[in-house]
Design a protein around this ligand. Structure first.
Ligand code: GUN
Length: 172
């Protein structure tokens, strides 16, 4: 069975600012871009994304685009979602439906998201993003700002916020 290290090597993954590792696998540059209120974007982009024991957390961030997540290999990954209306939802992306794990998870644009590896050496997924990903459409969560937005979920917010200059790993 491939290890985290094997996947990083085989897929050419690099550290992601949110935590974990990634590489873009697709961008729809064979068709015209689509206009958004933040500028032109590819209609669709996709990445491989890997969480590992050493980098087990995808820290709180918000994307304007819709994102589909697909679990490929390894351990389950828990997602925490905070919706603009304050609603909290959770889901586990993984390979075992008997444990309530799902293969696919859709996260609409405008929802705050954090994720963490539940068990095992690594969890490998893909993300398909439409309109295509652009850093200008992504906001990293800051503990005080996010706690003020979601006061009922302060502990969860602070647990998975990226520390400004700290390591990109934190307790799962
Ligand atoms: N998250 C989802 N898609 C992407 C992407 O293409 N690049 C980066 N850096 N992060 C992403």
């Amino acid at each position: 069975m491939p290890t985290a290290h094997d996947w990083i090597d085989a897929l050419g993954l690099e550290p992601h600012v949110e935590g974990g590792y990634f590489r873009r696998t697709f961008q729809a540059d064979h068709r015209p871009p689509i206009p958004t209120d933040r500028g032109d974007r590819f209609t669709l982009t996709s990445i491989h994304y890997l969480l590992t024991r050493e980098s087990p957390v995808g820290h709180w961030h918000l994307n304007r685009s819709d994102i589909l997540h697909f679990h490929h290999h390894g351990g389950p990954i828990t997602y925490h979602l905070l919706h603009p209306d304050g609603r909290y939802a959770t889901a586990v992306l993984g390979q075992d439906p008997g444990r309530g794990e799902v293969l696919t998870l859709a996260v609409p644009g405008g929802v705050w998201k954090a994720s963490h590896l539940v068990a095992g050496d690594h969890g490998l997924i893909s993300e398909a993003v439409s309109p295509g990903f652009d850093f200008a459409d992504m906001t990293l969560g800051r503990p005080d700002e996010l706690s003020a937005l979601f006061p009922d979920h302060e502990a969860l917010v602070r647990r998975y916020c990226r520390r400004p200059d700290g390591p990109d790993t934190s307790a799962g």
